[in-house]
Design a protein around this ligand. Structure first.
Ligand code: SAH
Ligand code: SF4
Length: 345
């Protein structure tokens, strides 16, 4: 068993009952694990003997290897070892009105986007549902340490860490079920967003299986010619097909999708690309999130300078597109978008 968070409620109960504990004790432990995000030492209503038996027989499976903070403590990045073997990064970000954790769905990624540090390392492993959910549990516990300029309570989960969620669908959908289960983690599905590079069958399944969960799609280019180069899965799911899948998702869920776009100097920050993007974004009723490219070791091109970012934004706004430029939270600790890799492991 990779982590205790991989057990169902019934499996946990059966284990405790086999140890001679009453069933209500299992309920108590379950709720402490998920709702209070407690570690075994923090379970003051559980006897020390049982706590010890739990940590030996059913280890949490979440070890914090290193932790770094920036933005005056409002951004916290942890290197986590999950299930005793998979190492990933998770980033907690406090804002005045919300606290978001960015979690990983895989150790590494096989999609090969050239500008992304996770892509540069290749795929090491899929995470299990419990390993994915355990990162949100870590964040719930960690949120208590945030400065009081932000709520000290986890409010949002985004699947924007390492990996491509829809390349690990079975475990990602199971983790969504656990995170939104009112009897388990109990976070509203509307407070969760999955970001994908554009794996069409995954988008279709998200609409069916988790219609309240938000969708962000990493475009980075609005012509197949350029997108094939930047985002290799585009050759399999080209723009027209991708747009159709997002349009269907929107019809079924009645939610507004996001389009993610990392601005790369003189590569995809041209007026031509903005003019190609605008009609797509308008047809989809999408919100465009621009992220100035963060530096990564394996990609020599720079992020767009401020003047080019401004021009790109102005072109989109003139064409009546809803657009914002995202902040580069955590850049100084390599915790920003696309910088997650295991160099610190
Ligand atoms: N695999 C999924 C989710 C993880 S990536 C996806 O690609 O959507 C999270 C976001 O960071 C994506 O939008 C990705 O394109 C973006 N990103 C990757 N490398 C980046 C970089 N160097 N600078 C800025 N954003 C980057
Ligand atoms: Fe994988 Fe997303 Fe990075 Fe592309 S941008 S390599 S899909 S994590």
């Amino acid at each position: 068993m990779p982590t205790v968070y991989d057990l169902s409620r019934e499996q946990l109960r059966d284990r405790l009952v086999a140890w001679g504990e009453p069933a209500f004790r299992a309920k108590q432990v379950w709720s402490q694990l998920w709702k209070r995000a407690a570690t075994y030492d923090q379970m003051s209503d559980v006897s020390p003997g049982l706590r010890e038996q739990l940590s030996e027989g059913l280890p949490l499976g979440v070890e914090v290897l290193t932790e770094r903070t920036s933005d005056r403590g409002a951004t916290r990045k942890a290197l986590l070892r999950l299930g005793g073997q998979h190492v990933v990064e998770a980033v907690l970000m406090g804002y005045p009105d919300r606290v978001t954790v960015c979690i990983s769905s895989q150790a590494g990624c096989a999609m090969g986007c050239t500008f992304c540090a996770t892509g540069q390392m290749g795929l090491q492993n899929n995470l299990t549902a419990g390993e994915i959910a355990a990162q949100a549990v870590w964040a719930r516990r960690e949120a208590g340490k945030l400065p009081d300029s932000t709520p000290q309570r986890l409010t949002n989960v985004v699947f924007m860490g390492m990996g491509e969620p829809f390349a690990n669908q079975r475990h990602v959908f199971a983790s969504l079920a656990r995170l939104t289960d009112p009897g388990a983690f109990g976070l509203g599905a509307r407070h969760i967003t999955v970001s994908t590079v554009g794996i069409v069958p995954g988008i279709e399944r998200l609409a069916e299986r988790a219609p309240q969960v938000g969708l962000a799609v990493s475009f980075h280019a609005a012509s197949d010619e350029l997108r094939d180069q930047l985002v290799p899965p585009n050759t399999r799911y080209p723009l027209l097909r991708l747009e159709r899948a997002i349009a269907d998702w929107r019809l079924r869920t009645r939610r507004r999708p996001s389009i993610e776009w990392a601005l790369i100097d003189r590569v995809n920050d041209t007026t031509e690309q903005a003019e190609l993007l605008a009609p797509i974004a308008r047809r989809l009723g999408a919100h465009v999130n621009l992220i100035p490219l963060n530096p990564t070791p394996g990609y020599p091109v720079l992020g767009s300078p401020p003047a080019r970012i401004r021009r790109f934004v102005e072109t989109l706004e003139r064409l009546r597109v809803n657009v914002t430029v995202r902040d580069t939270r955590g850049r100084s600790i390599d915790a920003a978008c696309g910088q997650l890799a295991l160099a610190t492991a």
